[in-house]
Design a protein around this ligand. Structure first.
Ligand code: ADP
Length: 455
């Protein structure tokens, strides 16, 4: 310790004691006087050095205590009590220690809480410093840009491949003004994000923090809604225009046209029926999608429903020259909303008849590949469905042959109703087909077993 207090005190004591001793030596030849002045000088130096060393030790202990104030892992030394100024400093440090400890604990808890919140957010969060190095990012952000190893401390340009995203963050850091933008990022599929970046000010430098909100699902919903409205208006427009046209014809003299007036009214009637069929199917679909029918669920006998549906369709089938064959149905039950289930089975048998050929056949089978599931298969020998359309026929208003569907009174909503109703019963529906040979629709549903009554 080159500059220690003890050393300095020793030098000062030597500097103070040495001149009087020298003066005594030079001014007198008395041995006693010389000895006395030497002893006095030595004592002065020794006492000064001892005092200074004790002071230095106490200061060292205070320094040691202050050094350990922020390190909670090591126990702090006990400070000696004394009544001088150093004692006051020791008491002040002892009072500060628990307050500081509490503050550090509070900050640590707050930091852990914030990290947990940011980490569990579904929105991506990214923070950078003034030099565009990443200081924080959560898992959602890593998912957005792809995992390129540890991100913190790494330059943003190495993590973000998208120049537009990099530019937004850079602009905020450079200008200090917030930015909002919609970006398309491949994550790895293309997703749309609303990015909101704001400056992050600290006393020394400016960084930025950006939030990435994935708007792909809401964009998709918007598109579905727009398509749906367009489809519905399109479906309504043709029958409405026909009704209007024929009504005008009747009003403008058609009523007197005895040969044709009945035909005109029949056309108006057929289009009216078509409109009400579309409205009924739309209502059914919205009820199923809204989940309103779930409350009325109960056990349903599969055999009862199939026999009822076959009975309802047989007259139409015999007019079309199609034979409906139902194999023996084992007694089994499913759970759900009966009307919707009936409607689904009727829709499938109805399609199998509608899209069949004269002298064609519809076959209905009920079987189970496992104890807890029931399969209902409806096969026909009809026109079949091209492979490319098979995945789309369950979409609303999707038809393979629009003209034929309209001609046979289809709304294009039948299979959507089937799909939604079956899914609501925790089941699935699949379609297989061979063009020109026929199609087979299979519904798979969980088997319902009645609870065993307690004895
Ligand atoms: P639609 O009211 O037109 O029958 P669906 O939603 O029930 O509407 O069916 C959609 C389309 O799927 C039909 O227009 C038809 O092109 C095709 N389709 C459905 N079932 C069959 C089937 N059994 N055979 C051939 N094509 C079918």
């Amino acid at each position: 310790m080159v500059d220690s207090i003890a050393r300095k005190a020793l030098l000062i004591a030597v500097a103070v004691a040495l001149p009087p001793v020298l003066v005594v030596y030079l001014s007198t030849a008395s041995g006693v006087a010389r000895l006395a002045s030497s002893v006095f000088g030595a004592l002065l130096i020794l006492v000064s050095w001892l005092l200074a060393r004790s002071l230095a030790r106490r200061i060292n202990r205070l320094t040691d205590f202050a050094d350990r104030l922020l390190d909670m892992s090591v126990p702090r030394p006990q400070l000696p009590a004394s009544d001088d100024e150093l004692g006051d400093l020791a008491r002040s440090l002892s009072r500060m220690a628990p307050q500081l400890e509490e503050l550090v604990n509070r900050l640590r808890n707050e930091l852990t809480r914030r990290e947990a919140i940011l980490g569990s957010m579904t929105d991506g969060v990214l923070a950078v410093d003034a030099r565009l190095n990443v200081t924080f990012c959560n898992n959602a952000f890593i998912k957005t840009v792809g995992n390129h190893g540890p991100a913190e401390g790494v330059p943003l340009i190495q993590i973000v491949r998208d120049p537009a995203l990099f530019q937004i963050v850079k602009q905020v850091v450079d200008s200090g003004a917030e930015q909002r933008k919609r970006l398309q990022l491949s994550t790895p599929k293309m997703h749309s994000f609303d990015v909101h970046a704001v400056p992050l000010a600290s006393t020394s430098s400016r960084g930025a923090i950006a939030i990435f909100h994935d708007v792909t699902p809401s964009e998709r919903l918007d598109r579905i809604r727009r398509d749906f409205v367009a489809n519905v208006s399109h479906e309504f427009r043709t029958p409405l225009a026909t009704i209007r046209g024929y009504a005008e014809t009747l009003l403008n003299g058609g009523l007197e046209d005895e040969d044709n007036r009945r035909k005109f009214v029949e056309i108006i009637f057929a289009n009216g029926v078509r409109l009400s069929n579309i409205a009924a199917d739309l209502l059914a679909l919205s009820e199923i999608e809204g989940g309103r029918s779930e409350a009325e669920g109960g056990p349903i006998s599969v055999g009862d429903v199939i026999r009822g549906a076959v009975g309802a369709i047989e007259p139409t089938a015999s007019v079309a020259g199609v034979r409906v064959q139902c194999e023996e149905i084992p007694e089994c039950y499913v759970f759900g909303h009966r009307t919707r289930f009936e409607q689904s089975i009727v829709n499938l048998i109805d399609n199998a008849v509608k899209f069949n050929k004269p002298n064609g056949e519809v076959r209905i089978q009920v079987f189970s590949e496992s104890d807890d599931c029931i399969q209902i298969a409806i096969s026909d020998t009809g026109t079949g469905i091209p492979q490319r359309d098979l995945t789309r026929i369950f979409e609303r208003f999707y038809r393979v042959d629009k003209a034929r569907s309209r001609q046979v009174g289809g709304t294009g909503l039948g299979l959507s109703i089937v799909k939604h109703a079956v899914e609501q019963m925790n089941g699935t529906v699949k379609a297989e087909s061979q063009l020109g040979k026929g199609s087979r629709f299979t519904i798979t549903l969980p088997r319902y077993t009645f609870p065993v009554a307690a004895a």
